[in-house]
Design a protein around this ligand. Structure first.
Ligand code: FRU
Length: 477
């Protein structure tokens, strides 16, 4: 059976019209527009000489693809990086009435794979880009892997800060003009996961519900993710403008799924949110998934928050629900307690596009599962209270792209005293993004069913009322 690309192309997640995409880059908000740049090969649907593709959105759901922003040049290909709005013209790049947008990216020399950092700027709201004549601005002859600069403004020291991935460490640099960078410190020895190379760091302040602040450092790692291949870990700690310190001893994962990589947050976000987006794939199979005209989608945007309670300091991830409700037409609502829930051959699942919200009560049961699919295949999400573990099984979900897709995705999670498990899940044809208890755990995974999903069932190991609430929104644009 072959299923066309359009059956898999998501409706609510960014995909390039054609060809290959990986990491989100240069995410910045300016003049009413969310900009998304991305690692892009315009010639093939596999990785190749990297460019920065470009798309804009006003609402984070409808994206307009614009012309390619950055092309390879004599210094090399254009690897990942970030963009800042230089409101005070510290760079001197301003030429008109708009604030300059300054891109800080990695040049990769294809001959020797040498990586250096360079600048480009735009004075017309990101529409056209000029590379800085004195590129590169940062060179390091000792490090082979030296890439993915994420730049932000540090209020306390009134300086720009750059975090950069170097091998399996993060290096910190500062600058007053974005052109001259001074090395300050490194972070990462003896902490966190080191099963692969560190990539695409991000550093930002993050708040809890009471407005208390701490610092977060995101670090993508490949391989060595929690369920194989690519993954994103994070550290919570302090940052004084030069040095990041953390007393965290556990490795913490932003997402337990296989398909959320290289994600970072938006710069200049108008509502001061830590608005995040990742590449929804995994280097273990990204180039082999069964879409051919295009490859890869981004995750749905998420907001990141700090949760510091019961002795646990973690990042929680939430879908901006106002966007979900803007695209969701409510079709099923059932607030009555039930011992099972079933939709069979049901068109309300929108051909595999739906948003499920359910609260399950585990006081009297040990195990419950949500299974969705079609006649021939299904995906199973199962929580076991005794094991304190959630598993996602997509082995029988359709197209198998490699052994990682047949493996069970495991996510350790111990229920709170309430014994309640709230599950929010966004399914968009070929992906599912699952949030447990308001984002304490997230699982993002791809799936390539051979027919659209039409069935959904929620059952437990005993016939007892355990479904406290269920709501399914059919999604439409
Ligand atoms: C992460 C990454 C980055 C690099 C880019 C190249 O997926 O390997 O480290 O800049 O992709 O496309």
């Amino acid at each position: 059976v072959t299923v066309g690309d359009n059956e898999y192309r998501p409706d609510f997640h960014f995909t390039p019209r054609n060809n290959w995409m990986n990491d989100p880059n240069g995410m910045v908000y300016y003049a009413g527009e969310y900009h998304l740049f991305y690692q892009y090969n315009p010639n093939e649907s596999v990785w190749g000489p990297m460019h920065w593709g470009h798309a804009i959105s006003k609402d984070l759901v409808n994206w307009e693809e614009l012309p390619i922003a950055l092309y390879p040049d004599n210094l090399g290909n254009i690897f990942s990086g970030s963009i800042v709005v230089d409101n005070n013209n510290t760079s001197g790049f301003k030429s008109g009435s708009e604030s300059p947008l300054v891109a800080v990216f990695t040049h990769q020399n294809p001959e020797n794979n040498k990586q250096t950092q360079s600048l480009a700027y735009s004075n017309d709201k990101g529409r056209t880009w000029t590379k800085y004549e004195n590129n590169p601005v940062l060179v390091n002859n000792d490090k082979a892997d030296f890439r993915d600069p994420k730049v932000s403004w540090h209020e306390g020291t009134q300086k720009w800060v750059m975090v950069l991935a170097a091998g399996d460490e993060i290096m910190f640099y500062t600058s007053s003009n974005l052109k001259n960078w001074v090395y300050k410190n490194s972070f990462g020895k003896n902490v966190g996961a080191h099963g692969g190379v560190w990539e695409c760091p991000d550093l930002f302040k993050i708040k809890d519900v009471n407005g208390q602040e701490t610092w977060a450092l995101l670090v993508s790692i490949n391989p060595g993710g929690p369920n194989g291949g690519s993954g994103t870990q994070y550290f919570l700690g302090d940052f004084d403008g030069e040095t990041f310190t953390s007393s965290q001893s556990e490795t913490l994962w932003l997402d337990y799924g296989t398909d959320n990589y290289a994600g970072v947050t938006w710069s200049n976000e108008p509502n001061n949110r830590n608005l995040f987006m990742g590449w929804m794939s995994n280097w273990s199979y990204a180039q082999n998934v069964p879409t051919y005209s295009y490859r890869s989608a981004m995750t749905f945007p998420r907001t990141l928050h700090w949760q510091n309670s019961n002795g646990k300091s973690i990042i929680i991830s939430k879908l901006p629900t106002e966007i979900i409700y803007a695209i969701g037409g409510k079709v099923v609502e059932n607030n009555n307690a039930a011992s099972r829930f079933e939709l069979l051959n049901d068109e309300t699942l929108g051909g595999g596009k739906f948003y499920l919200e359910t609260t399950l009560d585990f006081s009297a049961i040990n195990e419950a599962k949500i299974e969705w699919g079609n006649k021939s295949s299904s995906v199973v999400l199962k929580y076991n209270k005794i094991k304190g573990e959630l598993i996602l099984n997509r082995a029988e979900s359709g197209y198998k792209f490699n052994n990682l897709s047949s493996n069970i995705i495991k996510c350790p999670y111990v229920l709170p005293d309430s014994n309640q498990l709230k599950i929010n899940m966004l399914v968009d044809k070929s992906s599912m993004e699952i949030f447990l208890n308001d984002g304490e755990r997230v699982i993002t995974a791809l799936v390539f069913p051979l027919a659209p999903f039409k069935n959904l069932e929620i059952t437990a190991n005993e016939e007892i009322q355990f479904i406290e609430q269920i709501k399914i929104n059919k999604l439409s644009k």
